[in-house]
Design a binder for this molecule. Structure first.
Ligand code: DX5
Ligand code: ZN
Length: 229
């Protein structure tokens, strides 16, 4: 039930295909694909062309995190490029309900991402269109930042909302965390209610000497922590 989703933001972009293969062979569940536009966030990364290029490298789910404004135009492009999950920030769409429908209609699972100061009420009237609620443990834009502790309380609240909905609708909503996730805080984050863990620097920086066993060992250490929750 716990999923580990390495964020390729911290991978070696000069060898991205290999990195994707290596990290999945090391036990990753999803590939988290961070899309930044230098507009919604102060950084710029990659678009649908790169998603399409890595698609044949793995059968793992590709989890596209749009940190872009606007979002609608990119939804179809990423769906065509092989994305399985598409998540956006509610402040970045003029019509949150419409954007969520676009994602579902394109055949992908849909997610909403919440910045540290974004209230959870954006979930309120769209629960039926949500597959993933992704809480940011940092302000989006960069890998390697420190986890903001108040996110733990917010996770409890998000989990409570997801549970209430699940009981009524008999359908699961994932609660994810993105940013600042490390081996030493993953258990506390799970206890607070997360079931999906995005980790960039913790996983990819451990393997920068080119030894794939380092990806294995971080992912295994995270799973060991999670098994005690
Ligand atoms: C932040 C991105 C995250 C980031 C996580 O804007 O959305 O996915 O890569 O990186 P770490 O795990 O290093 O905080
Ligand atoms: Zn992300």
């Amino acid at each position: 039930m716990y999923l580990i989703a390495p964020s390729i933001l911290s991978a070696d972009f000069a060898r991205l295909g290999e990195e994707v293969t290596r990290v999945v062979d090391s036990g990753a569940d999803w590939i988290h694909f961070d899309v930044m536009d230098n507009h919604y966030v102060p950084n710029m990364t990659v678009g649908p062309v790169v998603c399409k290029a890595i698609r044949p490298m793995t059968t793992a789910m590709i989890d596209v995190h749009l940190m872009t404004r606007p979002v609608d135009r990119l939804i179809g492009d990423f769906a065509k490029a092989g994305a399985n999950v598409i998540t956006f920030h509610p402040e970045a769409s003029e019509h949150v309900d419409r954007s969520l429908s676009l994602i579902r209609d394109s055949g992908c699972q849909s997610g909403l991402a919440f910045n540290p100061a974004t209230p959870l009420h954006y979930m309120d009237y769209v629960m039926d269109k949500l597959d993933l609620v992704l809480l940011m443990g940092v302000n989006p834009g960069f890998g390697g930042q420190k986890f903001i502790p108040s996110t733990l309380t917010k996770l409890q609240e998000a989990r409570a909302r997801a549970l209430a909905y699940e009981q009524e609708a008999d359908r699961r909503i994932r609660v994810g965390i993105d940013g600042g996730v490390k081996v030493d805080n993953v258990a506390a984050i799970a206890l607070a209610g997360a079931d999906t863990f995005v980790a960039g620097s913790a996983i990819f920086e451990a393997g920068q000497d080119g030894d794939p066993h380092h990806y294995d060992s971080v992912i295994a250490a995270m799973r060991a922590q999670l098994s005690r929750v």
